[in-house]
Design a protein around this ligand. Structure first.
Ligand code: MSP
Length: 551
């Protein structure tokens, strides 16, 4: 039986166009999904849009549109982003779909049958921007008798009849659950925040609204619609077929392996969601990872400041794979990070063009020139005793076993750093072996050196595919690696320098071509509309800088 992996993104509010925060969360999940597929797992990767609630209803009203027509339009922008960013999601859920209404109502009934829901009335503070209830003690005074939430959102006083979920009764059971599952919340610092919040005591949670209608009707009492967070969280089980739990995808994929979320929505995922599930007799997910937030050139990103980063503009300026690489390389995953043009160009030119691109380009063009464009033959030319630099190859072969646990704890930056240690080592190996000189002194050794390089490049490129699928695919094409030999099974982990997975000597290779161009600052003409820096846009960058280093 194959191993399975279920990974989800938050579902995004359709009140706005996608921005870098959305692109980032989904990218992290995409890398994990791709990694797991290459590692032989059966993967389900879910993303989608959160379309109900007061916030979306208000945005629709502002746009002068009917909420359904409005959500159809904005949801599509999120779906289109998947194409631009090369996401490999297997499903895209919209909370306005029938399958989701059925799941929400079934979950409600399950909670009701277990005595977890009662009717009362809510009187307290509510912030529409966060779609969240706040206690007086969490708020600061704001204008016109309003209050300001820790997120900066305005909270208003609200009084209405409401159903409640008996969250207060779950405090001890949640604490026990966190204790027994130390990996449930990552990073650790976030876990501590959640446990101290829960230790402070929990209040019953209002889970229905009566003052507007854009939501899932409460079964049996249609004057109420469900609180948008109960509705939204349920998407994770809707997508695996809930309420059908004895066949289909539910038994295969639930509990989810990973809910990836931003730090702002951790409480909903790590407190309310496991409580709802346990209360309904369902298993909680295995992990919630809360990542940090991006700033733009040091400034908090906000609509009012006008410094929202549009992921499509980034891709147009720098190219897709450099953006994918940068986002997961620049910041230790879990921490906040700053997007700046300078940092982006630095990584792009230093690590992609100079380190990785140059390694591939040097090796492949030397093979093209000096080995008749065919995979060189190292047979009988590799000598362990006299050639200690073979460590370069065995380190590349050991890489996958080192990277796997890093990906399993969502430490993307560590995984990338580890790969780059190998890349830098391989570049030093080229310099010290100087195969261009061996050409005149020791052709056998030159062939062995170039073979080792080609194998090292094959290993790191197979492993880097989840991060930069397009570019890595091109490098593997240039190594003539068949498309069915690009998963982790095709790596050489046999402990022999060469095994049946290794490149076959004599295989003809296509003409090498650089894959990672340097970013060149567009000239004033080209820069028009590029808007580099605070809000990159335009198309100047993508084709720019096609010149690459030669080997
Ligand atoms: N609809 C809810 C999620 C429901 S999940 C059952 C929601 N949607 S959202 O569209 O507002 O936010 C989606 C994600 O974007 C969150 O994970 C949030 O952390 C992330 N980001 C929003 N701005 C961000 C940055 N500036 N940087 C990084 N991520 C950010 O919340």
């Amino acid at each position: 039986m194959s191993q399975r992996y279920y990974v989800t993104t938050p579902i995004y509010y359709v009140n706005d166009d996608p921005h870098i925060g959305h692109a980032y969360t989904t990218l992290a999940c995409d890398v994990i999904a791709r990694f797991k597929r290459l590692d032989g797992f059966e993967v389900k990767f879910l993303t989608g849009t959160d379309e109900h609630g007061q916030k979306v209803a208000k945005s629709a009203a502002v746009a002068g549109m009917d909420p359904q027509a409005f959500t159809d339009k904005v949801s599509k922008n999120f779906r289109d982003l998947a194409g631009v960013m090369n996401y490999s999601n297997d499903d895209f859920i919209r909370t306005t779909e029938d399958r989701h209404t059925r799941a929400c109502q079934a979950l409600w009934r399950a909670l009701q049958e277990k005595g977890e829901i009662y009717l009362g009335s809510y009187a307290g503070w509510y912030a529409v921007r966060d779609e969240a209830f706040y206690a007086e003690s969490e708020l600061k005074p704001g204008p016109g008798g309003k209050r300001i939430a820790p997120s900066g959102a305005e909270a208003e006083w609200m009084e209405e009849p409401s159903y409640f979920f008996r969250l207060s009764a779950w405090q001890e059971r949640l604490l026990k659950f966190y204790d027994e599952h130390p990996g449930f919340i990552l990073p650790k610092s976030r876990r501590n925040e959640v446990t101290s919040f829960v230790s402070g005591g929990l209040q019953d949670l209002s889970i229905s609204r009566t003052t507007f209608t854009w939501g899932v009707p409460v079964p049996g009492d249609e004057a109420h619609i469900m609180y948008v967070w109960l509705d939204a969280l349920t998407n994770y089980i809707t997508a695996v077929g809930y309420p059908v739990i004895d066949k289909g995808e539910y038994p295969r994929f639930w509990p989810a392996d990973l809910h990836m979320v931003g730090k702002d929505i951790l409480r909903f995922h790590a407190v309310y969601w496991p409580a709802f599930l346990m209360a309904a007799g369902l298993q909680p997910p295995k992990r919630v990872f809360a990542h940090g937030w991006w700033t733009n050139e040091g400034q908090k990103i906000s609509k009012s400041v006008g410094n929202i980063i549009d992921p499509i503009a980034l891709v147009n300026t720098y190219g897709l794979d450099p953006v994918r690489y940068f986002l997961l390389r620049e910041v230790p995953f879990g921490n906040d990070g700053d997007f700046s043009h300078a940092a982006m160009v630095n990584r792009m030119n230093g690590e992609l063009a100079n380190d990785y691109g140059n390694l591939a380009q040097r090796a492949l063009s030397m093979i093209a020139r000096n080995c008749d464009g065919k995979v060189p033959d190292p047979t009988d030319k590799l000598d362990r005793q006299t050639w200690p630099t073979l460590a370069t190859l065995s380190n590349a072969q050991a890489l996958i076993d080192e990277i796997r646990p890093m990906i399993d704890r969502q430490a993307f930056h560590e995984a990338i750093e580890r790969v780059w240690a190998i890349i830098r080592d391989a570049n030093r190996f080229v310099d010290s072996e100087a195969p261009w000189a061996l050409k005149n002194t020791d052709v056998r050794r030159m062939e062995a050196v170039l073979y080792v390089l080609a194998e090292v490049i094959r290993h790191i490129t197979i492993i880097l595919q989840p991060f930069m699928p397009g570019s890595c695919g091109k490098i593997l094409d240039q190594l003539a690696v068949p498309t069915n030999a690009r998963d982790f099974n095709a790596l050489n982990t046999s402990g022999h320098f060469i095994d049946e997975n290794s490149l076959k000597p004599g295989t003809p290779l296509p003409k090498p071509e650089g894959v990672f161009p340097r970013f060149q600052e567009p000239g004033t003409e080209a820069a028009k509309g590029a808007g580099k820096g605070a809000n990159p846009g335009g198309k100047a960058g993508k084709g720019a800088g096609k010149k690459r280093g030669k080997g």
